[in-house]
Design a protein around this ligand. Structure first.
Ligand SMILES: O=P(O)(O)OC[C@H]1O[C@H](OP(=O)(O)OP(=O)(O)O)[C@H](O)[C@@H]1O
Ligand SMILES: [Mg+2]
Length: 159
């Protein structure tokens, strides 16, 4: 269990993904984008729009079940991207770097970018926008929904 949480709204995710696109446009042109599903799909869609890139391949890696980490399973390889030369690989975040290591093994020449990064995974990423500490769990908007919270005065009184 993480010791703290960092909540990302749709609006913030859009802004952070556009900030990543600004960094990546200077490194292009790109032959295409490889989205690491599922988490990389939405940043990939936003960045593809900004980079005017219409060729999207996917690679599916399953590493986590909610917050529990397991062995990475490749459910779909990125066939169209060859060895990754000229391709941009996108994911929502790098945490331990396990997923990135598997993808780098398949696409050694690709440029690897994530919106968020934690210290252990940072060395595996070429470009990212925002760093959070290793003990922080990032809560993405597709994993959350708004809910009622008690006023501070009442939750403090209950302690
Ligand atoms: O650096 P790591 O420790 O490997 O963690 C990062 C990976 O974990 C999450 O994927 P997840 O396995 O939860 O699958 P999902 O994208 O389908 O939700 C996230 O989307 C990254 O791909
Ligand atoms: Mg993922």
């Amino acid at each position: 269990m993480a010791s703290r949480y960092y909540t990302v709204s749709w609006d913030q995710l859009h802004r952070d993904s556009k900030a990543l696109a600004w960094r990546l446009v200077e490194r292009g042109p790109w032959k295409g984008i490889v989205a690491i599903t599922r988490g990389g799909l939405i940043p990939a869609a936003i960045i593809a729009r900004e980079l005017d890139c219409r060729l999207i391949e996917s690679v599916s890696i399953i590493t986590y079940d909610e917050e529990k980490k397991g062995e990475p399973v490749v459910a779909k390889p990125p066939i169209a991207a060859g060895d990754g030369d000229g391709w941009l690989v996108l994911d929502d975040l790098v945490d331990t770097g396990t997923t990135a290591k598997v993808v780098r093994g398949m696409l050694p020449k690709a440029h690897f970018a994530t919106v968020y990064a934690k210290p252990a995974g940072k060395p595996l990423v070429d470009t990212f926008v925002t760093e959070v500490s290793q003990d922080t769990w990032i809560l993405f908007p597709w994993d959350t929904e708004p809910q009622f919270v008690a006023p501070i005065a009442r939750s403090a009184a209950a302690k």
